[in-house]
Write a protein that binds this ligand. Structure first.
Ligand SMILES: [Zn+2]
Length: 265
């Protein structure tokens, strides 16, 4: 069994494709999925899906840095009700900083960056309150994210930098603190040697894998829409990277995912 530890199911759901997507996932041994929230619209969908597909779909709630608008305070105020009603989220996320999608105008970029910091801090506080795992989105902002997490005193063992796209030096900084990275299909790309080095440096006992579908399809589907079934390719690739057979690798990655998110499986 493989678990997709980070996926955005809302698009499949809205297109009425969810059942076929889940069936194809199961056919590729991807039995369970953590649906990751980005905004209040998808939180609602994921709570319903977690209820309808109990034990198969789990979910997180968090306001993604590129989804922040003027209404963000109201949006954050909804998070508590998810943690206080069943089915509960397994994590806060994905939250963090995105310095990649910024406007060219420096003044507006500055304002957006400052708001991202404020929203990130508030959500770290929420995660601390519920003592739950935290899924970090960090794009061109690795050291800023690390610094804010340090400052806010959250338990680093509950922190995952999803779609880890930095290198071995950065993973070392996470290792030192007890945090970790999670790896998408990018690890299969030809030019991704530093990401492979980072995965090795982190080690098998902490590895998590994810699709981030519908984004970032692994080889041989690079550039096409991604789906949970394709996680199989990433798992096979990682098994080779760690010199294991596919069953040995998926057993470990699955165990890591269950214990990190505290999944009730
Ligand atoms: Zn994502």
């Amino acid at each position: 069994m493989i678990i997709d530890s980070h996926c955005h199911l809302d698009r499949f759901y809205k297109k009425g494709q969810l059942d076929e997507i889940l069936q194809r996932a199961v056919n590729s041994d991807v039995q369970k999925i953590v649906a990751i929230g980005t905004n209040s619209d998808d939180w609602k969908i994921y709570q319903k899906l977690t209820n309808d597909y109990a034990g198969k779909i789990f979910y997180s709630v968090g306001l993604h840095p590129t989804d922040i608008d003027d209404n963000w305070e109201n949006v954050l105020s909804e998070i508590a009700s998810y943690f206080e009603n069943n089915p509960r989220p397994v994590a806060v996320g994905e939250i963090g900083l995105d310095h990649f999608h910024l406007p060219k105008d420096l003044d507006s970029a500055k304002v957006i960056k400052a708001t991202q910091v404020e929203v990130f801090k508030k959500q770290l506080k929420i995660a601390k309150k519920y003592n739950c795992p935290i899924v970090i989105h960090s794009r061109n902002s690795f050291s800023e994210c690390v610094e804010l997490i340090d400052q806010n005193g959250v338990d680093w063992s509950k922190v995952v930098f999803h779609c880890f796209s930095d290198g071995p030096d950065e993973i070392e900084l996470l290792n030192k603190r007890g945090g970790r990275g999670s790896f998408t299909g990018i690890i299969t790309f030809k030019n991704a040697q530093s990401i492979r080095d980072a995965a090795i440096a982190q080690g098998l006992d902490k590895i998590l894998i994810e699709t981030d579908a519908p984004y970032l399809a692994p080889e041989p589907f690079r550039g096409k829409p991604n789906e949970p079934a394709y996680l199989h390719h990433t798992a096979e690739y990682c098994a080779k990277l760690f010199n294991l057979n596919i069953n040995e690798f998926t057993k470990q990655a699955t165990q890591n995912t269950i214990s990190f998110f505290n999944l009730n499986v």
